[in-house]
Design a protein around this ligand. Structure first.
Ligand code: SAM
Ligand code: SF4
Ligand code: SF4
Length: 333
């Protein structure tokens, strides 16, 4: 099969699927309470793609060359019977199936997800300090319960990565404690620069802790050496010289990587976004519900990808940060 290329020669390899816009956390940098409060209008259940519709769209993407599908949200584990969706998707051949979660529901769900065919899990955890973590998730959720979720995933045989978003003056003083907690566990800890996604989190460049600073600080505590990364890896990888494993840093703001961006994103209501910072998506639900064939859907997707020009992070300025953009909790990161 000819690889599908966009206008900048980028292939389509990964699809992130948001399966709900709801969440049991109100992380201050993602779903601030002042915006996502009692009156916030979340998507109606009928507007969400059904498991059958998601499976069908993913099947068409897989036929076009997508090799990795990542379920996300909002919080994907709050969608009822998510393990059934995993089972349906796992039946699609040659597809790696990952999930990004805040970990709250992993103690109950990890085994069922592994049994259903999930390949691996990423748990978002921004601090191991209980008071700091409770303030970050803004629903007073204790950090120990997320750590239990990580253990439950590992016990179910799922490879685990841990992602931490670092915001200056909020949790940058917890970087060393995070590194210490995951050194030697086999779980790769990855630090993500705080991004100007959406338009509700009040992002400022000063809030970003550059990845290079994080590597320097951890390296001063435990010497690090670089690990060669794959050709389209978004993270740069570092190994502890004492053999205690590795960390990664994702420098989406200070060292943008649009040139290798092979990801598409499907919202919970079936809109396709070709960039995390897009203003508008392409509605796939309407043709799906109007009875389009797989070939017609594939043709639509080919058209969208081959016209793709996105490279927001490479063009970012202080002004672009205030443009209207889709929210992270809607598109799933
Ligand atoms: N609820 C799940 C979770 O937290 O893992 C999945 C959805 S969440 C939107 C996906 C990822 O986006 C999380 O790792 C979160 O930390 C990250 N994220 C949210 N807002 C962000 C921001 N402004 N900058 C960088 N990463 C962000
Ligand atoms: Fe929820 Fe994840 Fe956003 Fe936190 S980062 S509010 S857990 S969707
Ligand atoms: Fe990809 Fe858009 Fe991020 Fe660039 S800004 S890496 S095109 S999602």
């Amino acid at each position: 099969m000819e690889p599908l290329l966009d206008t900048l020669g980028r292939t389509l390899e990964t699809l992130r699927v948001s399966i709900t816009d709801r969440c049991n956390f109100r992380c201050v940098y993602c779903m601030p309470k002042e915006v996502f409060g009692r009156d916030y209008a979340f998507l109606d259940r009928r507007d969400l793609l059904s498991f059958e519709e998601i499976t069908r769209v993913v099947g068409v993407f897989a036929a076009l060359g997508v090799r990795t599908v990542r379920l996300t949200g909002g919080e994907p584990l709050v969608r009822r019977d998510v393990e059934q969706l995993v089972e349906q998707l796992a039946a699609i051949p040659d597809l790696e199936l990952a999930l990004t979660t805040n970990g709250v529901l992993l103690p109950q769900k990890a085994q069922a997800l592994a049994d259903a065919g999930l390949s691996r899990v990423t748990v978002s955890l921004d601090s191991v300090d209980d008071a700091q973590f409770r303030a970050l998730n803004d629903v007073d959720f204790p950090v120990d319960r997320v750590l239990e979720g990580i253990d439950a995933a590992a016990a179910a045989g799922l490879p685990v990565k841990v992602n931490a978003v670092i915001k200056r003056g909020v949790n940058d003083d917890g970087v060393i404690a995070l590194a210490e907690r995951f050194r030697g566990t086999g779980h790769v800890l990855r630090f993500i620069e705080y991004m100007d996604v959406g338009h509700t989190n009040g992002w400022r460049l000063d809030d970003v802790v550059p990845a290079e600073e994080i590597v320097r600080r951890i390296g001063a505590a435990w010497p690090l050496e670089p690990v060669a990364a794959g050709p389209d890896s978004t993270s740069s990888r570092w190994r502890y010289k004492d053999g205690a494993g590795e960390i990664g840093v994702i420098a989406s703001v200070t060292q943008p990587f649009c040139g290798g961006c092979s990801r598409a994103r499907l919202s919970a209501e079936g809109s396709l976004y070709t960039c995390l910072f897009a203003v508008r998506g392409h509605d796939l639900r309407a043709p799906l519900r109007a009875g389009a064939t797989d070939e017609e859907l594939a043709e639509t997707l080919r058209g969208i990808w081959t016209r793709r020009t996105d490279r927001y992070s490479e063009l970012r300025t202080a002004e672009t940060a205030s443009l209207p953009k889709v929210e992270m909790s809607y598109i799933g990161g």
